[in-house]
Design a protein around this ligand. Sequence first.
Ligand code: ZN
Length: 155
Amino acid sequence: MAEFPAAWIALFIFAFAVFVIVRPLFLSQSAIEAAQGVDAWATQLRRQADLLTARRDVYAALRDLDFEYSTDKVSQEEYGRQRYKLMGQAVDILQQIDQLPPLGDDPIESALGGSNSIAEESGEVYYCSNCGEEVGLTDHFCGSCGSELVEEAST
Ligand SMILES: [Zn+2]
């Protein structure tokens, strides 16, 4: 008659073992998902930064080309050819930037409950009216050509 309770005890131990084994799996699953969220966000941010860098490089190359052409270092034919190529690259990059999915809230910033201190990253981008270089929202002078940045009239 001692077999019956022994079976129950065995079952209880088994159930408890399953509970102990399975519980951390669920815990780590949510931790993995949280980490993946941060990871995906970081990847997206990196891609956006790469595209912005590429755009800046193409603009710089166009500026250099214009300068070389103005100093007769390149023929008109070569200038036209190079410029056409660079403009194609610029259009390609701009299209890729346009197609970027909207960058969600910074999961780290959200977790900290902080305000969004990186307005530039979320699409608030301004350009120098003189050279076309990207400038900060609060900049008074262009970091590239040094010309004074005139704030566009807002009503
Ligand atoms: Zn400038």
